[in-house]
Design a protein around this ligand. Structure first.
Ligand code: 9YT
Length: 166
């Protein structure tokens, strides 16, 4: 087995957009959005996004934003981990790091949508909620019928109240 180079976590920048899109392609199971959308996130939402790199290559990524008009809620858009770096707790580490960021100091609720086949995100949010003794509610989100192309439904996950990272 190849030696694993240490990980570093940092905020993404606009210029990381193409490499992040490539990570999403390799990670599988998530929507591969345009490189441009990852550039926008790195440009305008960098405070609430996180990139994990190994040897300068992205191996983990979390995108999130504070909901306009409801700034205490952090919407976690995508949590992606490269197949070669699964099972190391990287997703959890990125989420915790994000919440520790001063930009998230007064966040008290996490929302995300997760499709039924996305077992990794389901397990992540379930164990994350348990770890901080918060409640996890799973509600209807976006039904499959709203998507054009055989996309699964997206169920709405809500985790709160969050106090541990305050
Ligand atoms: C938390 C997370 O990664 N959700 C995925 C939402 C959606 N299926 C997407 O953007 O891939």
């Amino acid at each position: 087995m190849a030696m694993k180079v240490d990980l570093s976590l940092r905020q993404p920048e606009a210029k990381d957009g193409s490499a992040i899109q490539q990570l999403l392609k390799e990670a599988g199971g998530l929507d591969v959005n345009s490189a441009y959308s990852y550039m926008l996130l790195g440009h305008y939402f960098k405070d609430t996004c996180l990139l994990a790199e190994s040897g300068g290559t992205p191996v983990g990524y979390v995108s999130a934003f504070r909901i306009p008009g409801d700034e205490r809620t952090l919407f976690v858009w995508q949590v992606a981990v490269h197949p070669t770096r699964r099972g190391e707790g990287l997703a959890r580490r990125m989420l915790a790091e994000l919440l520790r960021n001063p930009a998230c100091a007064d966040v008290s609720l996490i929302e995300a949508t997760v499709s039924p086949s996305n077992k990794a995100s389901h397990a992540l949010f379930q164990s994350f909620a348990r770890g901080i003794k918060a409640e996890l509610q799973i509600q209807d989100g976006y039904p499959a019928a709203w998507f054009p192309d055989g996309h699964e439904e997206e169920r709405l996950y809500r985790i709160g109240p969050i106090t541990t990272f305050a």
